[in-house]
Every structure is written in structure tokens, then in C-alpha cells.
Design a protein around this ligand. Structure first.
Ligand SMILES: *Cc1c(COP(=O)(O)O)cnc(C)c1O
Ligand code: SF4
Length: 336
């Protein structure tokens, strides 16, 4: 249980986030040694299937020693099962590769445009569609902001710009500033939303300079975190949430329903409770996108609905996330 969150955590006492990002563990053997499971090295796949292990040390510190089923470990450790070919699990499950071609803007839903602002992340989640998004990196780097901004400027129906990726918070605060300076010229855009896993996996990213940028924006601000299990939310995450809220952001969370990680009513109830204790409302619980190499994480729709029913029975309505699936071509996430 998180009982108290120290709101006066001094930003200057935090490690520099760029250093933490560079220090992330990328060798599966080192990760296994750090969590006291060196014997599992024998079970590692011979190749990482083109998607390297990457996990910040602060996130590893929240894993349990000697537990091969630790829900945080399972999200980042390459598994042999990733190499299985399972019918229906494709490279581009949500049909984004075509939509994004060119300028890095995805405009699929009314009033909201999603900007692929960065190609990389602070952590590589094994269940992610990004494992087969090879050119996202180049794309994010190559498209000038100008082309993306022009595309947003031309469509006055866009009220909200969503920074996504990859993870937009791997960009420097200066880059973010350049981007939002350009947004100033678009009077129809009134909200900025940031989709990021960094407040959870690398909370030191929410430093003084970042908060100064966020709080000075002449836009409404929404930050959608990504935590899947209550064990991800420690006091350092709590402190980052305090800073985000002080900078005027509304905080939401999205999770992915993952077999072996959080397909358990107790874990999901505790996740919602802890999120709310940090001032974060549960937003979405996503059914897995059917991406090649992730089938071992899949939870059936029947089981997912059953879990949702349990959450409805055990939690106040505002702590029950919306259970959704992304279906190509639809005008929003489809509720289950
Ligand atoms: C998920 C998503 C959004 C945001 O949808 P909300 O339901 O508003 O959270 C916007 N654009 C794209 C392309 C998306 O995939
Ligand atoms: S942080 Fe998000 S985008 Fe990046 S690998 Fe994890 S789930 Fe995918």
C-alpha cells in the first residue's frame, strides 16, 4: 500500500533523467542477475526478435527478487513464446503504418489528432505494437514539425493535439517547447494531451524544467500515464504525479490487459485504488492489439468481461476503466 506521498520531494535530489535513460538495462542477463534469477538466462530466446530489451533501473528496483512471475518483469523480459507464429497476430494490427505515412500525424478520431512525436521509449514493453514499427524512429526524426503543424493548421476541427509515439517525453524539454511554440499559432487547438509511460518508468523525467514548460502552456493539459500493475506505482511515481498536478495537468491512466500480469481482479482493483491515491483516474483498459509475438499475453474477451464485472461490483464507478479494443477503421476505441 502507498500510504503517504511526500509532496516536498526535492527535484534537485532526483537523478538526472537523461542519465537514467542512458543507464537503462539492455542486456537480459544483467536484468536477470539484478532480480536474482540468473538461472533463467538459459530460457531466453536466442534472438530478441528485432526488439531489444530496455528497462530503466528504477523500474527494476520495484520488481521482486527471485520471482520469475513478477508482473513487472514479465512486461519487459523477452520470452521464447514471442517466436511462436499465431494466426491472426500480425505486424501492423491497428492499421497505422499507412495512415501515418509522411508527416507523423494520425487523424482517425474527430476533433483529436495524434502526433508521432518520438520513435523511441524509455522502456520496451514486450506486448507493444511498436515492436514492428521499425521506421517510426526515422519517421519521428525525419518529419519536420512544420509539416505536422501545417497539417494541424489546415483542419480547424482539431481541438486536441495528442503527443504520442513512441514516447514523447523522451524528447528534450527544448524540443517540446519548440513544438508547443508552433501550436500557439493554431487558435482552434485548445487542449494538449500527452501519452507517456515515463512518469511511471522514469519519474525523474518530470523535473523542474519540464514542469515549468507544462504549467506555462496556454492550453488545457491532460497527461495519460500507462501503468498496468499496482506494483509499478511507488513513492517516486507518486511524487511525479504531484508535480504534474501542480503544473495543471489532469491525470488519467491507461492499461493493457495482459495474461499473467494483471488478468486478476485483486490486481486491477488495487491498481485503480492506488492510481486514485495519486490523483490519477483510470481511463482505458485495452484489450491487446493482435501483434505478432504477443499472443502469450492475450486474455479472452469472455475473461475480460468477467473481470470488468468484478471491478464494477467492487469499485466506485469512477474507478472502473473503460474496457476497449482498437478496431481499424472505427471512429473511436470500441467498448467491449
Ligand atoms: C486512441 C487514439 C486517440 C485517442 O482516443 P480517445 O478515445 O480520445 O482517448 C486519438 N487518435 C488515435 C489515432 C488513437 O489511436
Ligand atoms: S512505452 Fe508504450 S509505446 Fe513504448 S514500448 Fe511501452 S507500450 Fe509501447
Amino acid at each position: 500500500m502507498i500510504t503517504a506521498i511526500d509532496p516536498i520531494t526535492q527535484p534537485e535530489a532526483m537523478p538526472d533523467w537523461r542519465q537514467s535513460l542512458r543507464d537503462a538495462v539492455t542486456d537480459p542477463r544483467e536484468l536477470l542477475a539484478l532480480v536474482g534469477l540468473p538461472q533463467l538466462a538459459e530460457k531466453l530466446p536466442a534472438s530478441d526478435a528485432g526488439f531489444a530489451l530496455k528497462v530503466p533501473r528504477g523500474f527494476i528496483a520495484r520488481m521482486h527478487q527471485g520471482d520469475p512471475n513478477d508482473p513487472l518483469l514479465l512486461q519487459v523480459l523477452p520470452q521464447l513464446a514471442e517466436l511462436d507464429e499465431v494466426p491472426g497476430f500480425r505486424d501492423d494490427a491497428v492499421g497505422d503504418l499507412d495512415a501515418v505515412a509522411g508527416h507523423g500525424v494520425l487523424h482517425k478520431y474527430e476533433g483529436r489528432a495524434l502526433l508521432i512525436a518520438a520513435g523511441s521509449c524509455a522502456v520496451n514493453c514486450r506486448y507493444c505494437f511498436r515492436r514492428h514499427f521499425p521506421y517510426a524512429e526515422e519517421l519521428a526524426a525525419a518529419h519536420a514539425w512544420r509539416a505536422a503543424i501545417d497539417c494541424l493548421a489546415d483542419d480547424t476541427s482539431i481541438r486536441e493535439v495528442i503527443l504520442s509515439g513512441g514516447d514523447p517525453l523522451v524528447l528534450s524539454t527544448q524540443k517540446l517547447t519548440d513544438l508547443t511554440e508552433a501550436l500557439r499559432d493554431l487558435p482552434h487547438v485548445i487542449r494538449l494531451r500527452i501519452h507517456s509511460r515515463l512518469p511511471v518508468v522514469l519519474p525523474e523525467r518530470i523535473d523542474e524544467a519540464f514542469c515549468a514548460w507544462l504549467s506555462a502552456l496556454p492550453l488545457q493539459r491532460v497527461v495519460v500515464l500507462h501503468a498496468n500493475h499496482p506494483g509499478e506505482l511507488d513513492a517516486s511515481v507518486g511524487a511525479a504525479c504531484v508535480r504534474l498536478r501542480e503544473a495543471g495537468a489532469t491525470l488519467l491512466n491507461q492499461s493493457v490487459l495482459l495474461r499473467g500480469v494483471n488478468d486478476d481482479a485483486d490486481a486491477l482493483v488495487e491498481l485503480s485504488e492506488r492510481l486514485f491515491a495519486l490523483g490519477v483516474l483510470p481511463y482505458y483498459l485495452h484489450q491487446l492489439d493482435q501483434v505478432r509475438g504477443t499472443a502469450h499475453f492475450e486474455v479472452s474477451d469472455t475473461r475480460a468481461r468477467e473481470l470488468l464485472g468484478t471491478l464494477r461490483a467492487r469499485l466506485p464507478g469512477y474507478l472502473v476503466p473503460r474496457l476497449v479494443r482498437e478496431v481499424p477503421g472505427e471512429t473511436g476505441k470500441r467498448p467491449l
